[in-house]
Design a protein around this ligand. Sequence first.
Ligand code: FVH
Length: 305
Amino acid sequence: MIIAGLADSLIGMDDNTFEKSRIALLGLGAMGTALARTWLASGHPLTVWNRTSSRAEPLAAEGATIAVTAAEAVATSDLVVVCLLDDASVGEALADADLAGKDLVNLTTGTPDQARARAGWAEKRGARFLDGGIMAVPPMIGVPESGGYVLYSGSRALFDTHRGTLAVPAGTRYVGADPGFAALHDVALLSALTGMLAGLSHAFALIRREDIAPNDFAPLLVDWLAAMAPSAYEIADHLESGDYTKGVVSNLAMMVEGNSTLLRTAEEQRVSAELLTPFMALMERRLAGGHGDEGTTGVIDLLTP
Ligand code: FVH
């Protein structure tokens, strides 16, 4: 019996024997190396290339074929995966490669417009293109229970062809035919994380000078943020319905009033409020516009005039 998903990573059939598809992987930084190891461990023939060749050598002992140039690596496989520092390094690395007929999967972090331009660039060179945004750090790669996954957008046909192979290092989530969508989702999620890290920084700063152990405080933060995270569903519902007051239990008027307590406490604890004030200013502007019965969804209108 063939396990669903796994079948996609197998090509050809010889009685009970399946051959796993060959992959060319360009880029052996922390992430590229983690990807390489999971594909090798699952039996995929793998050709690797890295600008600094010494980073490729340990993988030879694990079964990888080392290519001297990126073009040489590309020539070995129909499926080419790139995981480099940034979009410019992708252009540089693939400058001399023949991409005609190749399936190019770009796991390099970039902007939506960079992904769209890279898709056009790849298509002009005869390749199908899929962009990916990795929502994981290297130790999460090849560890399904870590919850890491990769967002994909671009050629649906390419995604379907290689779905099983792409699922080996981490879960897969296809988010649309627009090649910019994986990057857009990736950056939106990273931006939400930035806000959370800003909040954590301010919270730890508030307790820092007191006799409160950070390790005692951390579980409170984790539980609180986990309990509040579903507010994303309420905001989504507001945006889709256009009714920003629907289900609101903590309204903007109350929250703006409460902000003065947050600011005063920061002052008492001799903590700079610079991480809080930009968001508070937006809340005040929305309140001044007569929207005290909403939650914070209206702030999004101010960000997207
Ligand atoms: N590591 C992480 O936690 C994050 C998790 C989310 C996704 N990111 C993105 O993944 C891309 C690769 O990240 P990385 O962690 O592998 O990055 P480094 O360890 O710094 O390795 C960078 C590789 O890029 C090569 N490289 C840089 N410039 C060039 C160039 N001009 N031409 C060819 N290759 C280039 C570099 O080669 P070398 O320095 O070893 O010679 C590494 O292979 C990235 O987009 C993250 O944002 C990771």
